[in-house]
Design a protein around this ligand. Sequence first.
Ligand code: CAA
Length: 261
Amino acid sequence: ILVETRFPEDNSVVGGGVGVISLHRPKALNALCDALFDDLIHAVRAFDGDDDIGCIVITGSGKAFAAGADISEMSKREFADVYKKNMFSQWADITKVSKPIIAAINGFALGGGCELAMMCDILLAGSKAQFGQPEINLGVIPGAGGTQRLIRAVGKSKAMEMCLTGNRISAQEALDIGLVSKVIETEFLLEEAVKMGFSIADKGSVSVRMCKEAVNAAEEMTLAEGLRFERRLFHALFATKDQKEVELKGVRLKISKVPEV
Ligand code: CAA
């Protein structure tokens, strides 16, 4: 078993549950061999299609989130082979999932591991996490989004530095440059990620998905296109039940009864 899926014990609310996926290939520091990635995509798709789940958490195990693509698998491949199979193109399926994905990065997130984390929507780092794009040391470059997503996340100079030197950065540095949104003591990382997952899953399922879609669209669109897209989604949400009710201090109210402020 290369990927373990489970539900936290308090997953009781319909639609408000969290699905946890742990990468489990300890002997190779969760190196993302083809079989592991197939299992991961399968698990993510299953949670995406499960009405009881509102948010997904992906984490690693042991001292690694994932130490990259599998180097021994890669070493046997030739240009024609990887080109014809469009190697790593299928990894992008992670980004096609409509529910939010939180990456709980417990340890090494290197190469494809860092790229997998960046395909997720919220990146939480454990205090012992380390990030890097060391592909340059293997005579290649990042091949699953590292050069493209890193520059969008941290800007050109830092992205260049990480991709050209292959040097690793700490969780704290990842926070300082905006690659992750929080650093959490490793022992509480998964618990905190699941808690955050619950708080997201508790919200309107359509608005959560549209929110994810709108934020991610900002990486693909001009500002004018993005603002128009955001406004259209905003308008569409007026057709949902969630927009007609709000919860104030634990009491569910019809929006018409909310006092004006
Ligand atoms: N692929 C395959 N096996 C890997 C691996 C990887 N990416 N990373 C680690 N392993 C294996 C090691 O070969 C080792 O196996 P054995 O015990 O059988 O020798 C085991 O995991 C433990 O690794 P180490 O003994 O090296 O552990 P360490 O604590 O001393 O070092 C590390 C940890 C710094 C992460 C080191 O293992 C390392 O540098 N790994 C390679 C990281 C890397 O270069 N990743 C990029 C891969 S290319 C890529 O990802 C392309 C892309 O864009 C998608």
